[in-house]
Design a protein around this ligand. Structure first.
Ligand code: 6PG
Length: 255
C-alpha cells in the first residue's frame, strides 16, 4: 500500500545533507498524501535533527513546493511544560517552521502542557492532558478505531535517543506495554526532568510512512543495535503498518 519501500536505510554524508534529504522526502510524502486524501496528517518529533529539517522546509525553494494549508500537524511526544518553554517541542517547531509558513492555526494540534514541574500533582495533570490529546487524535481519525488499511497518519517523524528511546518511549517504562491508550504520560529516570507525554506504539505505528532521522557520532552504537533488531530497545520495536525509512548521516552510520 505504501509508496515507501517496506524498510529502507539511507546514509548521507553529513547533517546538512540529512536535513536536505529529509525535507525532499517529506515534500514527496505530503504531495502523495494530498493526492490520496486531500490532506497530510503528520506527527512531528522534537530534538535537534528535526529542527534542521524544519529550517530547510521553511526556506526557499523547499517551502514553495508544499501545500501548507493541507497539513495537519500533531506531535509524537512533548515535554509537559508550558507552550512557551524552551524545552517545548511545539515551541521549537513554531520557531523553526510555523512562524515562516502558512499552516492554518486550526490545523496545528500541540499537546497541552503547563508549568507545574515534575510533582505527583503535575503527573496527574499530564494524565488529563494525555487523555485530551487522545480525544484530539480520535477526532482527526474521524472518531474511528485504528485500521491498518487506513492509517491515522500519513507521516510519522521520529528520532533516536542515545539510550534507544524514540518519541518518549523510554527503556523500562510502562508506556512501552500500553496497547489501549493512544497517549500516556511518562516519567523518565531523571526525577527533575520534565514529565513527558507520548503517543503509544499502536498510534505511532498507524502511519502510511515512518521516517527515522539519526545524526552524529554519539548515536552510532545505538543506531547499530536498533537496526540490528535488538528489541530490548524501544526504537527497535516500532512496526509501522506502512513503510519505514531510516536516514542516517555518515557519523551515525559508520561501521
Ligand atoms: C524529543 C524526542 C526524542 C528525540 C531523540 C533524538 O522530543 O527530544 O522525544 O525522541 O527525537 O531524543 O533527539 P535528537 O534529534 O536531538 O538527537
Amino acid at each position: 500500500m505504501s509508496n515507501v519501500h517496506r524498510h529502507a536505510v539511507e546514509v548521507v554524508p553529513d547533517a546538512a545533507s540529512l536535513a536536505t534529504r529529509a525535507a525532499e522526502w517529506l515534500i514527496e510524502q505530503i504531495a502523495h498524501a494530498v493526492q490520496r486524501r486531500g490532506r497530510a496528517v503528520i506527527a512531528l518529533s522534537g530534538g535537534s535533527t528535526p529542527k534542521a529539517v524544519f529550517a530547510r522546509l521553511a526556506q526557499h525553494p523547499w517551502r514553495d513546493r508544499i501545500e501548507w494549508n493541507a497539513l495537519h500537524l500533531v506531535w509524537g511526544d512533548e515535554r509537559f511544560v508550558a507552550e512557551g518553554d524552551p524545552a517545548s517541542n511545539a515551541r521549537m517547531t513554531r520557531e523553526a517552521l510555523l512562524d515562516h509558513v502558512d499552516v492554518p492555526a486550526s490545523h496545528v494540534y500541540p499537546i497541552p502542557g503547563d508549568a507545574g514541574g515534575a510533582t505527583d500533582e503535575a503527573f496527574e495533570r499530564a494524565h488529563v492532558s494525555a487523555e485530551l490529546y487522545a480525544t484530539t487524535l480520535h477526532a482527526l481519525n474521524g472518531g474511528d478505531r485504528l485500521h491498518d488499511d487506513k492509517p491515522l497518519f500519513d507521516v510519522v517523524m521520529l528520532g533516536l535517543g542515545e539510550d534507544g528511546h524514540t518519541a518518549s518511549l523510554f527503556p523500562g517504562t510502562l508506556a512501552l506495554d500500553e496497547r489501549d491508550a493512544w497517549v500516556v504520560p511518562v516519567r523518565t529516570d531523571n526525577a527533575t526532568a520534565p514529565i513527558r507525554i507520548t503517543l503509544t506504539y499502536p498510534v505511532l505505528e498507524s502511519t502510511h510512512a515512518l521516517l527515522f532521522l539519526v545524526s552524529g557520532k554519539a548515536k552510532r552504537a545505538i543506531a547499530q543495535r536498533v537496526l540490528g533488531g535488538d528489541e530490548s530497545l524501544p526504537a527497535a520495536r516500532i512496526q509501522p503498518v506502512g513503510g519505514m525509512l531510516w536516514i542516517l548521516d555518515q557519523d551515525a552510520a559508520a561501521g
